[in-house]
Write a protein that binds this ligand. Structure first.
Ligand SMILES: *Cc1c(COP(=O)(O)O)cnc(C)c1O
Length: 410
């Protein structure tokens, strides 16, 4: 990989300068990239009434949510806490979709009290919801369409053994419960996985939704979920959004004619909106040669970026400090006492202690999955917006680690 291909600048701001100014490790996000991803979805689905519900869990910094709000779109939240963060960012209850999985009913009640629509993901939850609210509160149903989709088994959630949603095979039971409790069903939802490449998969999911939808006369929307794949390295395939948009929109418009009413089409992209906007900058603590491998040990690890270890995610990595150096093979590893290989057998411009390295595609499920494992502090977050790099989350300090510990007199 030549130096010219590596992302030194975001909106004219040098990534290395950001590391020097804000310290390492640091997450950096390009606000323009998020907005342009939203726009590409909007234009791919221009022939339908599209509503984007950004999957908050991918990256939940309030400033990122504010960018989504500013672009005129909504959010999907999977916990009451995410709902509260979204509201803090300025979203009204009506702009939030709540898609819980196996939560306590008290949490559902809290969401309803706030005025947020609930995506029901089990028959028992439907019954409890129906018994409590009858036809006074409209809801959505999460259907499991039994489609094997997504990059690998760990990120596939719509197959027959998945915990998510209500099996399409249980549709008669769903209809029965809706009838018994007179629940007003406003939407049907699917989300089958992540890193879905093929337009065909979205169409297959759509067909399941279209068929089921004929049983629910009061629908306002169909929600196709998220899961669009982005490129992780040059030449890597990504979901062709224009193709998905054209095919799914055409099928959707045809369905609406049959249904007799124009519905909204909802999407819940997480990764697609924020993955490529994000960069994790780390510093090389040590370059360690062993008989077989040269390791670069960095001031980060699976506590900050767990995706490589959790589901073998690939993150491109570059040496920001010595971009023109000779290319050499390295394993980039973290400082956690646990195997935490962030990048295996990669060619990097020659690394020396103190160099800043940058991991790409760090916007989605990076910071939001970070932890304090090994009693390490979480990094700072910086947003580049309108050509300026600004701090959007302070680096944690030692006090944050022990803030909630109750220290006994032992
Ligand atoms: C995680 C999630 C998404 C987003 O998935 P991506 O692969 O990041 O697009 C969308 N909808 C629901 C319900 C989710 O849980």
């Amino acid at each position: 990989m030549s130096a010219s291909q590596h992302p030194i600048q975001l909106q004219g701001v040098n990534l290395e300068t950001i590391a020097q100014e804000f310290g390492s490790p640091v997450y950096v996000y390009d606000g323009d990239k998020i907005v342009s991803q939203i726009k590409s979805l909007q234009s791919a689905f221009a022939t339908v009434p599209l509503k984007i519900k950004y999957a908050t869990k991918a990256l939940s910094n309030i400033n990122i949510l504010k960018l989504v709000k500013k672009a005129g779109e909504g959010v999907d939240a999977v916990s009451i806490e995410e709902i509260m963060i979204c509201m803090k960012a300025g979203f009204t209850a009506g702009e939030i979709m709540y898609t819980p999985s196996g939560v306590n009913f008290r949490e559902v009640e809290e969401a309803v009290a706030l005025g947020v629509i609930v995506n029901l993901d089990s028959i028992p939850l439907m019954e409890e919801f129906g018994a409590m609210y009858g036809n006074t509160v409209a809801a959505c149903i999460r259907i499991n369409p039994h489609i094997m989709a997504g990059g690998n088994a760990k990120i596939s959630v719509g197959h027959i053994q998945s915990k998510f949603g209500i099996s399409i095979q249980q549709l008669p039971e769903i209809i029965e419960v809706v009838k018994n409790f007179d629940i007003k069903i406003k939407g049907l939802h699917i989300h089958t996985g992540s890193d879905i490449l093929d337009a065909e998969i979205f169409l297959r999911g759509g067909n399941v939704l279209f068929e089921a939808a004929m049983n629910f006369p009061d629908l306002a929307f169909l929600d196709f979920g998220g899961g669009f794949k982005v490129a992780y390295k040059s030449g890597d395939p990504a979901t062709d959004i224009a193709e998905v948009g054209a095919k799914v929109s055409a099928a959707f418009n045809e369905f609406c004619e049959k249904y007799g009413r124009k519905l909204e089409l909802w999407l819940e992209p997480g990764k697609f909106l924020v993955s490529e906007s994000g960069y994790l900058i780390v510093e090389a603590n040590v370059v360690k040669k062993t008989p077989q491998i040269t390791f670069v040990g960095v001031d980060s690890g699976l506590n900050h970026l767990i995706r490589p270890m959790m589901y073998d995610a690939f993150h491109d990595v570059y040496n920001l400090s010595n971009p023109e150096g000779d290319q050499k093979p390295y394993n980039v590893v973290g400082y956690i006492c646990e195997t935490d290989t962030l990048a295996k057998d990669r060619m990097l411009a020659s690394v020396t202690k103190g160099d800043f390295l940058v991991f790409k595609n760090a916007g989605a499920y990076g910071f939001s999955m970070s932890s304090n494992y090994n009693s390490r502090l979480r990094p700072a977050e910086v947003l580049v917006w309108e050509g300026k790099a600004q701090l959007i989350r302070e680096r944690e300090i030692f006090e944050d680690l022990i803030r909630h510990q109750v220290i006994l007199d032992i």
